[in-house]
Structures are given as C-alpha cells and as structure tokens.
Design a protein around this ligand. Structure first.
Ligand code: NDP
Ligand code: PYC
Length: 343
C-alpha cells in the first residue's frame, strides 16, 4: 500500500508567482500601482533564489498593511531639492513605487551632471536593494544604495540593538554582460534569513546573534527577540553606522532606532528613508569610457580565473534556471499565503 504524502513544495512559473503576488497584495488592501511595483520585487526575489525577499514577503507586507503602519494607497511625490538631487516623498507607502517614481529622473541627472542622488523619504521598506542598483547599472550607471531598517543589530562590542540590518548595494555596468552587483546586509545575515530558520524550526549558527540577556544563542526566536550581530565585527559595525547616517539624518529621515520607536510594537516593516547614488562613468572618462570599463573586466577575470565567484553570479545562475523551469515554493508558505488571502 502506498501512503500519499503532502508535497513539500510546489513548482510555479514566474508568471504564476507574479499573478499570486499581485492578487494577494490587492486582496490585503494595497492599491493597484503599489501592488504592481511590490509584486515585481517579490518575483525578482524568487526568480533569483533570494527566498528571504521573495513570496515570503507577502506575509510581511500584509502584516504592515493590517497593522496600519503603511499607507496602502500613498501617492509618491517627486521633487528636485537641488540640481543633482531628486527626492521622492513616499507618503508612508512601500518604497518600491517611490523608487519607480524617481529612478528615471535620477538617471537623467546622473548623465547630465556626472553624479546624482535620489532620496526616498517616508517609505516603508522590506525589500532587497539589488533590483534598484541593477536597474541603474543596466542604464550604464554605477550605483550605490543604502537604507536603515529597525534597530535589531548590536554594535560590535555590545549586545543591545542600535542599528538596522542596513544593507549596502552596489552596481557596476559591464558592456555586453549582466552587471556586477552586490547587495549585503551589514548584519551577519539578513533578518529575513533568521525568520526563515524560525519558520523551519532550524537552529541558527551561534555567531548570528544574542538572546535578550546578551548571550550567544542558536535559537532563532531568541535572536529575533534579542540582538543580531554585525558582519565582520567592528568593520560591519562602522558600515552600519554609516548607513544610519547617510540614509537617515543626512536625508532628513529616521534612524533604525527611531523607526522601531515609531512602529510602537505594531510589528510593521521599517519606516524611513533610502539613499541611492548614481554616477555616470562618462563624467570622469569622457570618450575614454570604453577603454576604462574594459580594464575593469581585467579585475573580474582575475577573480574568476582562480575559481572564485563574483557576487550575483549565483543570482544570475538561479535566474536562468527559474526562467527556464520555474521555481519551487514551499507548500507551507503557500498555505500561509492562502490563509492570508482568505482572512
Ligand atoms: P548574502 O550574505 O546572501 O549575500 C551578500 C552578497 O554577497 C550578495 O551580493 C551575494 O551574491 C554575495 N556573495 C555571497 N556569497 C558569495 C561568495 N561566496 N562569493 C562572492 N560573492 C558572494 O546576503 P545578505 O544576507 O547580506 O542580504 C540578503 C538580502 O537582504 C539583500 O538583498 C538585502 O538588500 C536584503 N536586506 C534588506 C533590508 C532592508 O532594510 N530593506 C535589510 C537587510 C537586508 P549572490 O546573491 O549571487 O549570492
Ligand atoms: O531581512 O533584514 C532583513 C530586512 C529588513 C527589512 C527588509 N529586510
């Protein structure tokens, strides 16, 4: 006798992932243009094998919407504080639509002035940053992006949260190739990864964080209630502080501690700002751009030539697989998403 077992995961095409994300986001109350923009980043997360920022984020987005910590139909407002600066006030809505609103002007100003910066203000952020720097690198621009989050991470040498998981992303255009992109949390790991361990009932490595008493622990739940660690000790700590400063006070927005305080225990995603800088290589190089970008290829070849991989190589390989064969979504996650849409 064969005993039927429930599937552990379900294979879906990217079109199905997109349709599911849009439908659920609309069902939980997001306006059409936000649902469209937010769904695209979730599809990109699943497509590129970044599951901590894929469909799992439907649960996270719904939590913010239901807690009332995000404005579901906010209309982003575009302005030009100075010649090479762009600002989008997100009006308390999700950051994705704010970025879509400002990115073309950012690229245009970077080409006109050589360098330009975009501040997203008053946005709710739960997404990965690489789609943004990759978009700019596809436009031929060098790009940097930074955002604080909630105060979850202890500074090196301490055990009490001060910083957010504060990602830094970088994009570099490579003529005729997919861009060089990295995107890393300045914490030992993204918080989403610890949440996935908690959901799976799996222990975390003991150097990811501390429990509320400041002791190292392998209990994911205890780290979420205590403090995460920075990556690379004092170096990650300094970078996390830099992100707080340049994507917080410098653009007139909140630090991670202020964001967590503003949340008031509602459990919503971080509220605050994001800074995106775009640089046109032609600004310094003029008609020598091609020659100098070709020299950069020499560095990439030296990395890959010894068997090391480039950041994003894993992502691009996952992308090719997903586009050809779809993605595996955990059945438990789909059940939680169904419950979300129903309730
Ligand atoms: P990872 O540590 O998984 O990866 C960080 C970077 O390093 C990636 O670009 C990755 O490329 C690259 N990389 C990993 N392993 C290698 C290797 N062996 N050789 C070369 N490069 C490598 O990511 P994190 O956990 O730090 O962050 C995950 C995501 O979480 C990010 O997208 C980030 O934006 C997001 N996040 C968002 C926050 C927010 O507030 N909105 C807060 C914190 C994180 P590859 O992808 O190809 O593996
Ligand atoms: O995974 O740390 C994280 C995170 C915070 C906000 C969005 N993602």
């Amino acid at each position: 006798m064969t005993i039927a077992t429930a599937p552990v995961s379900v294979r879906m095409t990217l079109a199905e992932v997109r349709a599911l994300a849009r439908r659920v986001l609309l069902q939980v109350g997001l306006s059409g243009d936000h649902a469209h923009a937010v769904a695209e980043t979730m599809v990109a997360g699943e497509r590129d094998g970044c599951t901590s920022h894929g469909l799992y984020r439907l649960l996270v987005a719904a939590k913010s919407i239901r807690a009332g910590t995000v404005v579901p139909d906010a209309i982003p407002l575009l302005s030009e504080p100075a010649r090479a600066l762009v600002r989008v006030d997100g009006g308390g809505g999700f950051a994705q639509l704010a970025f879509e609103t400002g990115r073309a002007m950012l690229a245009e100003k970077a080409r006109r002035y050589g360098i330009a910066a975009l501040a997203l203000n008053h946005v709710v952020h739960f997404a990965a940053l690489w789609p943004e720097v990759e978009w700019l690198a596809d436009e031929g621009l060098v790009a940097l992006a930074f955002t604080p989050s909630h105060a979850w991470v202890a500074p090196a040498g301490g055990t009490q949260p001060v910083f957010g998981t504060n990602p830094i992303a970088f994009g570099w255009p490579r003529p005729g190739r997919l861009p060089f992109v990295f995107d890393l949390a300045t914490s030992a790991v993204a918080r989403g990864e610890i949440e996935l361990h908690r959901r799976a009932g799996k222990p975390v490595p003991d150097d990811w964080g501390y429990d509320a008493a400041g002791q190292a622990t392998t209990d994911a739940e205890a780290v979420l209630a205590g403090a995460m660690r920075t990556f690379g000790g004092h170096k990650g700590s300094a970078l996390a502080a830099m992100v707080e400063l340049i994507a917080g006070p410098l653009i007139g927005d909140m630090t991670s501690a202020e964001s967590l305080a503003a949340d008031g225990g509602a459990g919503g995603s971080p509220l605050g700002g994001e800074l995106i800088v775009a640089i046109d290589p032609a600004g310094f190089l003029g008609d020598q751009v091609e020659a100098h970008l070709a020299r950069a290829e020499g560095m990439f070849a030296a990395i890959e030539g010894q068997g090391a991989r480039l950041p994003s190589q894993r992502r691009y390989a996952a992308r090719a697989q997903s586009m050809a064969h779809g993605v595996e979504i955990p059945a438990a996650l789909l059940a939680d998403i169904d419950a979300l849409a129903a309730g």
